[in-house]
Design a binder for this molecule. Structure first.
Ligand code: HEC
Ligand code: HEC
Length: 302
């Protein structure tokens, strides 16, 4: 191989041969490949000039003054702003309508209510989930359930879209006085046992001691006062007899009892944290957890 040619084909080789016949040729790469190489070299220069290639905080490459990034004027921020504008345009189509609509009208409009429920999810995570849990599953503190479950069909204050909106916009603070001084220990035990069985009216004490005044003659509660239904074995705080005794003894939101159960739903209008449209969105979102009820202005008990 002294002339560096392949003996069979006559083509030039580098003179390196392995395993007797594996030779290293000196052929040029194909033309198309060379054109590609040249084109990409040119493209590097073009790209370098058009885009902000040298990372300087406020400017790009070959810029006459600071702040003009590349001749193409492209920046990641501008691209994001354009995308945001597109999203806002799509949203404003809906948002403008929401201002003048009632929560019930929004709920009745399929397209709008789906849009609203989506943004309601974010609002709920930011403003409500801390107390009511993600997806409204409720939260437990050492005294039992602190903020009520919102994704069932059991409502303290009512589950129509209007009542849910009312709960959010005006806040809620139900009150049950402590009974530690008005009832004896055995009376509290008797009442708690009857309530635990879901049959509060089984003891005459329920009427005699005035429980009916708020929980109703049938023990099924009154939404106007947020008084819980005691006959359905769905628990606001807890269904354990000792926990029920605790509720009867110390009451709920009774300022005169230091150990009272605290249950205050903040007033989001007064807090100025949410706009009316945002509260409408939340009402629809909460309604759509599945427990919302058809509107009936006459309904006062559940
Ligand atoms: C600080 C804790 C807290 C926050 C934050 C909070 N809630 Fe409440 N929420 C409560 C409590 C406690 C109650 C029950 C009040 C009572 O029993 O008097 C309640 C009651 C409600 C009710 C009535 C439930 C029923 O059964 O009738 C609705 C609806 C509701 N909240 C929705 C919301 C929404 C929506 C948000 C977010 C905008 C929110 N809450 C934020 C604590 C909270
Ligand atoms: C002034 C009205 C009022 C009176 C009187 C009253 N309650 Fe209540 N009670 C309420 C309210 C309101 C709630 C719900 C509080 C909340 O969830 O914020 C409640 C909640 C309860 C609960 C908790 C239920 C659960 O699901 O965890 C029990 C138990 C209870 N009451 C028993 C009684 C008994 C027994 C009497 C009579 C001795 C009585 N209450 C008298 C207003 C009253």
């Amino acid at each position: 191989m002294s002339d560096n040619r392949n003996a069979d084909t006559g083509e030039t080789t580098t003179g390196h041969v392995w395993d007797d016949d594996l030779a290293d040729y000196t052929n040029q790469p194909p033309r198309w490949w060379m054109i590609g190489l040249a084109a990409s070299a040119i493209w590097v220069v073009v790209y370098f000039l058009m885009y902000p290639s040298i990372p300087i905080a406020t400017s790009g490459t070959f810029t006459p003054g600071i702040g003009v990034p590349g001749t193409g004027q492209w920046t990641a921020v501008k691209e994001m702003e354009a995308d945001m504008q597109a999203v806002n345009d799509a949203r404003s189509k809906y948002e403008n309508k929401l201002k003048d609509m009632t929560p019930a009208a929004i709920l009745a409009d399929k397209e709008l209510s789906e849009y609203v429920a989506r943004s309601g999810k974010v609002l709920f995570s930011d403003n409500c989930a801390g107390c009511h849990g993600q997806n409204g599953i409720g939260t437990i503190d050492k005294q039992g359930l602190f903020a009520p479950v919102l994704n069932d069909d059991d409502w303290l204050f009512g589950g129509t879209i209007e009542q849910i909106y009312e709960s959010i916009a005006n806040g809620r603070q139900a009150m049950m006085m402590a009974h530690k001084s008005s009832l004896s220990a055995p009376e509290i035990k008797t009442l708690a046992a009857a309530v635990a069985q879901g049959n509060p009216t089984s003891t005459p004490l329920f009427t005699e001691k005035g429980c009916v005044g708020c929980h109703g003659a049938d023990g099924k509660g009154m939404q106007a006062m947020g008084a819980a239904n005691l006959a359905d074995k769905v628990w606001r705080f807890s269904g354990k007899p000792e926990d029920i005794e605790y509720t009867i003894t110390h009451g709920v939101n009774d300022a005169g009892d230091k150990e009272t159960r605290v249950a205050i739903m903040p007033n989001f209008t007064a807090a100025g944290k949410l706009s009316a449209v945002e509260m409408k969105k939340l009402a629809v979102y909460v309604f759509k957890f599945g427990g919302g009820k058809a509107s009936d202005p006459a309904a006062t008990t559940n």
